[in-house]
Design a binder for this molecule. Structure first.
Ligand SMILES: [Zn+2]
Length: 261
């Protein structure tokens, strides 16, 4: 719940001047955050101040946490919060960061002999109270906006999904009417992807999303921000549901963005 003192403390944090060094990190490391319209970027910077004040970062495997690591992760996590009423991932306390991708221990079988490496092979993990990330994967996902993958967005989408107590691919949607459309569109798209995997058909959505509705939501969140145009073109209803939930239209940002150098 929002209590008065927490809201006031956060408002104060948001109003603090944003360090230029942090702004430079965001510009250098997170290509689609830097494409945001100016007012969205200002909102995001405010959220980053709150996020960094409230969450703890711990380096693992000998990694020393730097501002670059904290700001790069925070900026992407907070991309999921702008335009929305948010309690800043209320269950999340700690972000553990490893220097490199850690080795996958298990695989999930989806039938038809298709083995799909589990979350650990995807370079991160999300659980109650904690997100685990590999810094090399975070950097890769943040700077290369064209492969549709972003492990940070993936794990923080799981955090949003878990806010209602169930990791079921349906986050808190606000209006009740939204659940009907969400359930229909996500149900159909998920079933379609599972069928693609079963029949060894090529799919434009990462087949890891067929693991469960929760993974589907996390995977399409990645695509929504990292490759919005193809998603909008090929899966307009899915794109629309995500745009309603995130209250953003990233495809519009890409088309108006100046060419990157
Ligand atoms: Zn996942």
């Amino acid at each position: 719940m929002f209590d008065f003192f927490k809201s006031r403390r956060r408002a104060t944090l948001r109003e603090q001047p944003f360090p230029e060094a942090w702004r430079a990190i965001i510009a250098a490391n997170t290509s689609y955050v830097s494409r945001l319209p100016t007012e969205d970027r200002t909102e995001l910077e405010g959220h980053v101040q709150v996020f960094l004040a409230e969450k703890t970062f711990e380096g693992c495997g000998g990694l020393e946490i730097t501002d670059e690591i904290r700001v790069t992760i925070a900026a992407q996590a907070c991309l999921l919060l702008i335009h929305r009423e948010t309690d800043y991932f209320p269950d999340l306390e700690t972000i553990l960061v490893y220097p490199h991708t850690y080795v996958a221990k298990t695989s999930a079988y989806l039938g038809g002999g298709t083995a799909i490496a589990d979350e650990q092979a995807r370079l991160g993990q999300s659980a109650s109270g904690v997100v685990v990330l590999a810094w090399d994967a975070v950097r890769r996902g943040a700077t290369d906006a064209h492969d549709g993958h972003n492990v940070t967005l993936h794990e923080f989408a799981h955090q949003l999904d878990q806010e209602d107590g169930a990791a079921d691919g349906a986050p808190v949607l606000g209006k009740r009417a939204m659940y009907t459309a969400w359930a229909r569109v996500f149900g159909e798209e998920f079933a379609h992807l599972v069928e693609d995997v079963d029949k060894h058909r090529k799919s434009d959505i990462d087949t890891y999303g067929a693991t469960s509705p929760a993974e589907f939501f996390a995977v399409v969140t990645e695509v929504f921000f990292a490759e919005p145009e193809p998603l909008k073109r090929r899966h307009p209803e899915l794109y629309e549901q995500l745009a309603l939930f995130y209250r953003q239209d990233p495809a519009a940002n890409t088309s108006t963005a100046p060419a990157r150098t």
